[in-house]
Design a binder for this molecule. Structure first.
Ligand code: ADP
Ligand code: MG
Length: 219
């Protein structure tokens, strides 16, 4: 493939990226929410979009199956970023990675007492680094979704998850007690592709940068 391949996940990332892509002159030929296709052509014959799971975007780009991708910082922290150039914070899909516990659970006290906390999360690596840096003893329990459920049924004392409005936490009687990192989506680029095919990729990266600046100024 001589053209440009962009890896995206559907849902939030695709929806919030579409306007930036449009500003860069790229429009998907089909709506990924309706289409079952995993390779979407675009209005540009030299640009195609791969629809992958959000957490798989860095993998596709790292191995060069896609030249570019858009992934949340949560996913990138978990992946580690090997082989990826991260030139741009797109400022979209903003939220925060937080530690949350059931209302009434004294997290600060548990930490002070050196209690061993059971923490449910899909972010094993990030959570493990966070708690290790704080000297908090944890047993991490890997989940793939609906982390909020775990403390409600005694599977965990705490969760590490993304929080935006806080509505899901509130609905499940949980409270956020600690921020691990602010999260937004980043443009990622295969490092080797950028070196070998810079003339093709650089204009797209710059178009994204301009679109992000324009969106920031309009906000
Ligand atoms: P999945 O459920 O497959 O992880 P999502 O569409 O829920 O896919 O999440 C994709 C990305 O969107 C996440 O990696 C994160 O960066 C971002 N994201 C997830 N939840 C939120 C949220 N509540 N608010 C803003 N961004 C979010
Ligand atoms: Mg989700």
């Amino acid at each position: 493939m001589k053209g440009i391949t962009i890896a995206l996940s559907k849902g939030r990332i695709f929806e919030e990226t579409a306007p930036l892509l449009a500003a860069a002159g790229i429009r998907a030929a089909e709506d990924p929410e309706r289409s079952r296709k995993l390779i979407l052509p675009t209005n540009r014959s030299d640009v195609r979009i791969l629809i992958v799971r959000a957490s798989d975007v860095p993998t596709y780009v790292q191995h060069g199956a896609a030249d570019l991708g858009i992934a949340g910082r949560d996913v990138l922290m978990e992946h580690g970023g090997a082989g990826l150039y991260q030139p741009l914070d797109l400022g979209i899909a903003r939220c925060r990675m937080m530690v949350a516990v059931p209302e009434g659970f004294d997290y600060a006290l548990a930490v002070k007492q050196g209690a061993r906390l059971r923490v449910a999360t899909k972010y094993l690596r990030t959570a493990s680094e966070h708690f290790a840096a704080k000297g908090v003893h944890v047993e991490l329990i890997k989940l793939y979704g609906s982390m909020e459920l775990a403390p409600l049924v005694g599977l965990a004392d705490a969760i590490v998850d993304l929080v935006s409005s806080g509505n899901t936490l509130r609905a499940n009687h949980l409270v956020a007690v600690e921020e691990i990192a602010p999260v937004s989506a980043r443009l990622v680029v295969n490092q080797a592709a950028l070196k070998l095919r810079r003339p093709l990729l650089q204009p797209v990266i710059e178009a994204f940068a301009t679109a992000v600046r324009t969106a920031a100024e309009a906000a």
